[in-house]
Design a protein around this ligand. Structure first.
Ligand code: BES
Ligand code: MN
Ligand code: MN
Length: 453
C-alpha cells in the first residue's frame, strides 16, 4: 500500500488546484446575492466526494442554503465516522485591505491566501483528500459519511432541522470536525471545548427625527449617548458582566483543571505582538486562556447611528444601534441568556428613549472528555503525525451546531483542527499554511486507523 506521505507528494499540485476551484466560488452565506454560489459550492463538493470514491453524494435543498450529504458504506457491521464541515464563508470586506483578491487564491510565503483558505474550505478539503487516499489504497477501515452545510457562519438553522429529521441517515459512532485551531505547527493540540453564543441586536430610539444639535442638544436624550452609557454599564471595573443572573449557570472549573490548563505554552509578549496591542484586558482573577476557555464574555461587534459621513453635521440623532454578542460556557443556556439580556437592557434604558432588543442567533457551549475512544484515537494520530503528544485545549470560538449534534443525534464530536490563531479567519488576508493543509491530510487517515482498531 502506498504511504500517505508519498501519495501527498505525488498529488499535491492536484489537491491544491481542486481546493482552489472551491475557494474561487464566493459562497458568502450572509448575502442574498450569493445564493447561486452556495449551490455551486455544494455541487463542486458533491463532485469532489464522488470522484474521491463516495458511493453516493446528494444535495438536500433547505429553506436556507443546501446541505450536502455523502457516504461510503463498506460494511454495515463496522463503525461509521461522520465528517462535518461548512462550505460557507464570511464576507471578505473590506476588500482594500487584502494584499491579493479574496476569491483568487494564491500561494505566497508557503501559505494559501484567500477567504475560506482555512475556515473552512481548506480544513474541510483535507478530509475529502484523506478519504480519497484511503479509498484508492484500499485502506479505508470503516464507513464514512459526510455532512457539509452552508450556514455555519449564520447560525446553522437548516442543519439543526435536518438533524432532527434525518436521524437514520446520520447514524454514526463519532463526528469528526476540522474547523478549529491548534496551538502552533510544532505544538499539536486537540480542542476539547467550544464556547456557546448569544447574539443580540439593539435599537435605541429618541426623537422622531434627527434634531438640530444646537436647538435641542443638552435638553433632549441623545440615543447614541444613551446607548454608549448603557453598553458601558454592561461590564464593571472587574470586567465582569453586570447582567443579573449572567453567571448563575457557569460551571466552575476545578483547581486541578485550571492547573492543567496553565501548563499549555503561552507567551504573552508574542500574543500581544501578533495582534499589535500593548496590553491585554479581561476578567479579574483569570489568565488569558482561562478568560477564553472557561469564562463567558460580552462584546460589541458593531455600533452605528447618527452622522458618519465626511465632514461635520450638527445633529442629535433619532436612533442608535448596536450588535452585541456574548460568548458562553457550560452550562449557560443561550436562550436564557438572551432573555436575561433583554430584561436587563430594557431596565437600564434612561427616560426619554425607547429600546428594542432582538435575538439574532445563538447556540450552546460544548465540552468533550479526553478519556473517550475517539479522543484517544485523535491523540495517537496527532502524536504519530507531529511526533509530539497533543495538548487538550478549550477554545474561545463557537460552532453551535456541535452541541446540537450531541443533543439531537446523541453523537459526540472530535474537534481535530489544523488552523492557527494567526490564519486571520474572518479578517482580511485569511491564510492557511501549506504545512498544516498537508499535515492534516496525513493525520486524518491515522485517526481512522486508531479509531477502528
Ligand atoms: N471555525 C469557526 C469557529 C472556530 C474557529 C472555533 C477557531 C475555534 C477556533 C466558525 O466558522 C465560526 O466562525 N463560528 C462563529 C459562530 C457562528 C455562529 C457565527 C464564531 O465563533 O464566531
Ligand atoms: Mn468554521
Ligand atoms: Mn467562521
Amino acid at each position: 500500500m502506498k504511504n500517505i506521505k508519498t501519495y501527498i507528494e505525488e498529488n499535491k499540485d492536484r489537491f491544491l488546484e481542486e481546493l482552489f476551484g472551491l475557494i474561487k466560488i464566493p459562497s458568502v452565506s450572509s448575502k442574498e446575492e450569493h445564493k447561486d454560489d452556495m449551490m455551486r459550492a455544494a455541487e463542486y463538493l458533491k463532485n469532489s466526494l464522488l470522484e474521491a470514491g463516495a458511493d453516493k453524494a446528494e444535495i438536500y435543498p433547505t429553506e436556507g442554503h443546501p446541505i450536502l450529504f455523502g457516504e461510503k458504506i463498506i460494511d454495515k457491521s463496522l463503525p461509521t465516522v461522520l465528517v462535518y464541515g461548512h462550505y460557507d464563508v464570511q464576507p471578505a470586506e473590506p476588500y482594500d485591505l487584502w494584499k491579493s483578491e479574496p476569491f483568487e487564491p494564491v500561494i505566497r510565503d508557503g501559505k494559501i491566501w484567500a477567504r475560506g483558505a482555512d475556515d473552512d474550505k481548506g480544513q474541510l478539503f483535507m478530509h475529502v483528500k484523506a478519504f480519497e487516499y484511503m479509498v484508492r489504497t484500499g485502506s479505508l477501515s470503516c464507513n464514512v459519511k459526510f455532512m457539509i452545510e452552508g450556514e455555519e457562519e449564520i447560525g446553522s438553522e437548516s442543519l439543526g432541522k435536518f438533524c432532527s429529521r434525518q436521524k437514520d441517515l446520520l447514524k454514526a459512532d463519532v463526528i469528526l470536525v476540522s474547523d478549529t485551531t491548534m496551538i502552533a505547527p510544532d505544538i499539536p493540540s486537540i480542542t476539547t471545548g467550544l464556547r456557546g453564543l448569544t447574539y443580540m441586536q439593539v435599537e435605541v430610539t429618541g426623537p422622531d427625527r434627527d434634531l438640530h444639535s444646537g436647538l435641542y442638544g443638552g435638553a433632549v436624550a441623545n440615543p447614541v449617548n444613551m446607548l454608549c452609557k448603557m453598553i458601558a454599564s454592561l461590564t464593571d471595573e472587574k470586567n465582569q458582566v453586570t447582567i443579573p443572573g449572567f453567571y448563575d449557570d457557569v460551571l466552575v472549573a476545578s483547581d486541578l483543571e485550571r492547573k492543567e490548563m496553565a501548563k499549555r505554552p503561552y507567551n504573552e509578549k508574542e500574543y500581544k505582538k501578533a495582534i499589535d496591542v500593548d496590553a491585554l484586558m479581561g476578567e479579574e482573577g483569570y489568565s488569558t486562556h482561562e478568560r477564553l476557555g472557561i469564562r463567558p464574555s460580552l462584546d460589541v461587534n458593531g455600533i452605528w447611528g447618527g452622522y458618519t459621513d465626511k465632514g461635520a453635521k450638527t445633529i442629535l440623532p433619532a436612533r442608535a444601534y448596536a450588535k452585541i454578542s456574548m460568548r458562553l460556557v457550560p452550562d449557560q443556556d443561550s436562550v436564557k441568556i438572551a432573555r436575561l439580556f433583554e430584561e436587563h437592557f430594557k431596565s437600564i434604558a434612561p427616560e426619554g428613549v425607547r429600546v428594542k432588543v432582538e435575538y439574532l442567533h445563538g447556540g450552546q457551549a460544548y465540552v468533550s472528555p479526553i478519556d473517550s475512544k475517539e479522543y484517544q484515537a485523535a491523540s495517537k494520530a496527532m502524536e504519530e503525525a507531529f511526533g509530539k503528544k497533543p495538548i487538550p485545549v478549550r477554545s474561545g470560538g463557537s460552532i453551535p451546531i456541535i452541541s446540537t449534534f450531541e443533543k439531537t443525534l446523541g453523537i459526540k464530536s472530535i474537534l481535530l483542527g489544523f488552523g492557527l490563531d494567526e490564519d486571520a479567519i474572518h479578517s482580511p488576508n485569511e491564510n492557511y499554511p501549506l504545512f498544516n493543509f498537508f499535515k492534516g491530510i496525513e493525520t486524518i487517515p491515522l485517526f481512522y486507523k486508531y479509531f477502528t482498531v
